[in-house]
Design a protein around this ligand. Structure first.
Ligand SMILES: Cc1cc2nc3c(=O)[nH]c(=O)nc-3n(C[C@H](O)[C@H](O)[C@H](O)COP(=O)(O)OP(=O)(O)OC[C@H]3O[C@@H](n4cnc5c(N)ncnc54)[C@H](O)[C@@H]3O)c2cc1C
Length: 381
């Protein structure tokens, strides 16, 4: 019997656990460890922000995986020891034959100096709920969305938030009074998707009266006077500040010596193997360099597809089959824009000449994202 440890029950960990169980049946042991007791479906956050989703509808207890025969351990991982083939948690330790690390990116809000409790982290559950409540009573004028640093997961998410806020204020009949701005260190929205898509989204922002401020790096916040300080000494006043925090690898990964110079885990781009035998790293925690030198973005779609490849290859090796698969770099992304519409981009990120195409925003893509949310919980729980 082989023991496979999966670290993290987010998008990558959930898929790899399910796929492995399906392929390996009862004969092998699959253990998934997460410090959170629930799996959260982050793509629904923009809807949570507008009150279009109840919090309980976009998360599920990982304990439910036991029904499928997957062992769930709700504990914090404190040490990964490849040389001993051992993982420690606060209460226990686990040996493994195969290890899949899907610990994601940790949010480091503390890197913005002087943040207080009156700003909103767009990537954190409780803050998005607070933001939803604050929006209901909002009577200010200046709304700023700030992207703190690169890389950040889901390059589309802050732009979705901007479009949906525009839609929300419009519906409330107060849009004309609101100054809605987005500040980012990027040169264009979603630059890894290419110039054409970046320009198209920039134009859509302009048409909706959302002011796009590229190449802006935040330095600190003066919460008392509600001022954002940028690195070039530019100061911007706000009434509501929504931010995407800095991202970093969790300490347990940094201390494992698996990370490379980027601070993330370098992997084989096709097989997701790390430089340690039988250890794989998938999703936001890994770093993959693309042919043009840019990095593969951190997004659930990649965690998902990489998980399928890794599960297939581990199962195939255990069962002595010769049916290995490769992650080919395909990705897709919905872009909610409000008014019941979404755009849809898809393409291959490993291509020498990357070409990502975006379909015109329509109701079809909005409904597709709703269906995908339903499918996710049905398929993996
Ligand atoms: C607002 C928002 C919207 C998004 N929308 C989209 C979208 O539309 N499409 C898309 O493709 N992507 C989207 N994403 C990105 C997507 O959610 C992530 O890329 C994806 O979740 C990455 O999966 P992962 O398994 O690598 O990490 P995660 O899903 O982050 O999972 C990591 C898990 O590891 C656990 N963990 C971390 N450290 C420890 C520890 N020491 N001990 C125990 N457990 C630990 C965490 O609790 C977590 O459950 C969005 C993200 C956000 C924030």
């Amino acid at each position: 019997m082989k023991q496979i440890l999966i670290l993290g029950g987010g998008m990558g960990g959930l898929v790899v656990a399910n796929e492995l169980k399906k392929k390996l049946g009862k004969e092998h042991k699959i253990i998934l460890i997460d410090k959170n007791s629930k799996h959260i479906f982050y793509p629904s956050f923009p809807w949570l922000m507008l009150g279009l989703r109840k919090p309980e509808k976009i998360q599920k207890p990982l304990e439910l995986l036991r029904r499928k025969g997957i062992i769930f351990v709700n504990d914090k991982i404190t040490k990964i020891e490849p040389e001993k083939k051992m993982v420690k948690t606060t209460r226990d330790e686990f040996s493994y034959d195969y290890l899949v690390i899907s610990l994601g990116a940790e949010l480091a809000s503390e890197k913005i100096k002087s943040l207080s409790n009156s700003e909103y982290n767009l990537y954190q559950f409780e803050d998005v709920e607070r933001l939803r409540d604050a929006l209901r009573n909002f009577n200010g004028r200046k709304v700023a969305i700030v992207i703190s640093s690169l890389p950040f997961k889901c390059p589309a998410a802050p732009y979705e938030a901007a479009f949906l806020l525009d839609y929300y204020f419009e519906k409330k009949g107060i849009r004309k009074e609101i100054n809605l701005q987005i500040f980012t260190p990027e040169t264009l929205p979603m630059p890894v998707a290419g110039q054409k898509i970046g320009e198209a989204i920039k134009q859509m922002l302009e048409e909706r009266g959302i002011i796009f401020n590229p190449e802006k790096k935040i330095n600190s916040i003066d919460g008392k006077n509600k001022i954002i300080m940028f690195e070039n000494n530019q100061k911007v006043q706000y009434d509501m500040l929504i931010y995407v925090p800095h991202h970093k690898a969790p300490d347990v990964v940094k201390n494992s010596k698996l990370t490379g110079e980027t601070g993330w885990i370098p992997v084989n781009a096709e097989t997701l193997e790390t430089n340690q035998k039988n250890i794989y790293a998938i999703g936001d925690i890994n770093s993959i360099k693309l042919p043009d030198g840019k990095m593969l973005p951190k997004a659930g779609v990649f965690a998902h597809y990489q998980a399928e490849v890794v599960a297939n290859n581990i199962a195939s090796e255990i069962m002595g089959k010769n049916s290995l698969k490769e992650f080919k770099g395909d990705g897709l992304c919905f872009l909610e824009i409000g008014f019941g519409k979404a755009g849809f981009a898809r393409g291959n990120f490993y291509a020498e000449k990357r070409e990502i195409n975006m379909k015109k925003p329509s109701r079809v893509w909005h409904l597709s994202k709703i269906l995908f949310e339903k499918y996710w919980f049905w398929r993996y729980f």
